[in-house]
Design a protein. Structure first.
Length: 224
């Protein structure tokens, strides 16, 4: 199954994917709870926005266009089903009326060490999983829309009574990574510094995949 066909069955955004019940994820993508962790709610916008250490310089070109200074944080939460930890770096940029969110989930579940971490497509992840290999690398996703914060998106997706039609009307775009890398350059205490170079695709309502490129540098602080 192609990336776009698999992705069309999943809630948009990596945060949304990681918040899905493990059974739903297994049915949709072939990845069980051992492959991708389910995260608790992220901290509020006010909490992580106030962290002075957090910043990101984000440039998006191609079928998506955006450029500017944004925010960065990382969080790690335990999957209540598998007991495994999940680790994601979140970059966001306010662009006019839209909040643009980029999320990079480290499939090992661990805090990434210094070095290069490869971004995998969904097809690659399924091939590794079907072959019995351990899932390592990064899953990247993109979401934009009329949202107040990443926290709001997480809460909407985690709500068992979520109105996904209403959610879709507030979205202006969603996409996923197909290749690239996340480089972690330094990390001490609660801070992670690095850069991202990712090839991604915007998924249209008709299932088309429109390419765009993300380049970013970040200094991410821990989210409580």
């Amino acid at each position: 199954m192609s990336d776009s066909r698999v992705y069309s069955h999943l809630a948009p955004g990596l945060a949304a994917l990681l918040l899905l019940p493990a059974g739903t994820l297994a049915q949709s993508s072939g990845l069980g709870p051992e492959g991708v962790a389910q995260l608790d709610h992220a901290p509020s916008w006010e909490v992580w926005e106030s962290v002075q250490e957090a910043s990101a310089r984000i440039s998006i070109t191609g079928s998506v266009e955006a450029d500017g200074e944004g925010e960065a944080f990382w969080l790690q939460r335990q999957d209540p089903i598998s007991g495994r930890d999940g680790f994601i770096i979140v970059l966001s940029l306010r662009d006019g009326g839209d909040l643009r969110m980029l999320e990079f989930g480290f499939l090992s579940g661990d805090r990434p060490g210094a070095g290069t971490h490869t971004i995998l497509s969904l097809d690659e992840m399924m091939e590794i999983s079907e072959g019995g290999g351990a899932l390592t690398g990064v899953m990247a996703s993109y979401l934009s829309g009329d949202f107040a914060s990443w926290q709001e998106v997480s809460e909407l997706v985690a709500d068992p009574n979520a109105d996904f039609q209403l959610f879709q009307t507030r979205m202006t775009g969603s996409g996923m990574g197909v290749s690239g890398e996340v480089q972690i350059q330094a990390g001490s205490g609660d801070t992670l510094e690095g850069q991202v170079s990712a090839a991604m695709v915007l998924i249209t309502e008709f299932g088309d995949e429109l390419p765009f490129q993300v380049e970013a540098t970040f200094r991410a602080s821990a989210a409580p």
